[in-house]
Design a protein around this ligand. Sequence first.
Ligand code: COA
Length: 159
Amino acid sequence: MRKVIYPGTFDPVTNGHIDIIKRASELFDEVIVTVAINPGKTPLFTVNERVNMLQESLKDFKNINVDSFDGLVVDHAHEVGAVGIIRGLRAVSDFEYEFQMALMNRKLASDLTTVFLMPHEKYTYLNSSIIRNLASLNSDVSDFVPDVVLKALNKKFSK
Ligand code: COA
């Protein structure tokens, strides 16, 4: 049983994240998508809201589960029995940060392997801040996020 975790802020989850999660679910027996409670950001959505949006977006996939964590990602990976950590690489600009994080995580827990997956190229320019910014300015983000996220953004910005 090969279980991996995919950690992130997911504020909110985008179709780019979903693309990575689906790819991981085809490679591993179970994927746990885990929402970071305190990654040093001030999120728009609460942890519960982010978890619920992920659960709703991924409800059709039997081997994908969603939870949240506080503290070190490697500790959470050990708690759930994961063998590795999934991260997405969208462009070269992601590499340095991801390289540093993967090496530090390997130093902290040499039994865990970070696996990098590339989303479809149509998602390479996406991130959650851009989505929040566009939605706050009344721009249509329906091509970039699951329906449940679109509804939540509309509600947040009271459209
Ligand atoms: N599609 C669209 N956007 C994507 C994406 C994809 N496939 N992959 C990443 N992104 C975006 C995210 O939306 C996010 O956008 P934002 O900054 O505009 O909000 C940005 O890229 C960063 O991605 P994310 O996966 O959310 O990373 P993060 O830097 O917020 O989170 C943690 C990183 C939570 C995994 C990391 O901080 C962590 O592990 N924290 C726990 C503490 C710890 O263990 N520290 C030691 C680590 S060495």
